[in-house]
Design a protein around this ligand. Sequence first.
Ligand code: GLU
Length: 294
Amino acid sequence: METQVLSSPSPVISERRTVTRFAPSPTGDLHLGHAYSALFAAEAAQRGGGIFLLRIEDIDLTRCKPEYERRNIEDLRWLGLSWPEPVRRQSEHFADYQAALDRLEEMDLLYRCFLSRRELSEALSAPHGTPESAPTDTDKLLSADERARRAKDGTPYALRLRMARALERTGPLSWYDRNKGLQQARPELFGDVVLARREIPTSYHLSVTVDDALQGVTLVTRGEDLFQSTHIHRLLQALLGLPTPDYDHHGLLLDEEGKRLSKRALSTSIHDLRAEGLRPEEVRRLAAPSRSVE
Ligand code: GLU
């Protein structure tokens, strides 16, 4: 892979070519945390003698903007990263996600939940301020007549996975995290997860799982904040007959006050750092792994 990021990668003998990816959602400018994550993925690919991919995760057409995508790509190139073209843009592949939903539907694992967020929250909250329980069989909270009425009225709905039934099909599952070792998948903790909505016909969980498989990703590197999602992705892989990559959830880069960086923290946006006159190698240094925490 062509990148100016690593000078002397240590040779690692891998049985299969490593394919990693960086998958930003273009809802704002990239900040140092994204730079760290992108460099982490590129370095992992380079160590494995493999390929680093860029994927644009823009399924939420109201929040993602082409202008941000353009700026994100420009910032990544400026940092010295490169990847094969064309990049996969999720908004161009809704048919792939629909095909996955169709398979789950054929297995009778999906249902429509017509409850509003407020209705759902009320139904799931327990007394005395204990946390809400994970949503299960939420369709059954409405009568069949009420469900039919809402369906007829065009009420927004969430397409949920019938978790208990899904787990009956797969049995126990695990995945390998390079940071934490072998992990038992515990998707039941999340209840009947939402895989699509009327207004967005896929979800982060579904599109990421499908794309990682379609793109031949062998090592998913991403922030520790997404560790929990992997429980769900592992289940979807098993249901859809997709391969399971290795995972490496890295620590998050913190600001001077020890807080997580966010897209709102504009002072650390790569765009602004460039405008301030910083050079790529200086920004790469600021985004170095030593500043992250596990
Ligand atoms: N698109 C996600 C984000 O920007 C990252 C998805 C992933 O790496 O699995 O947070």
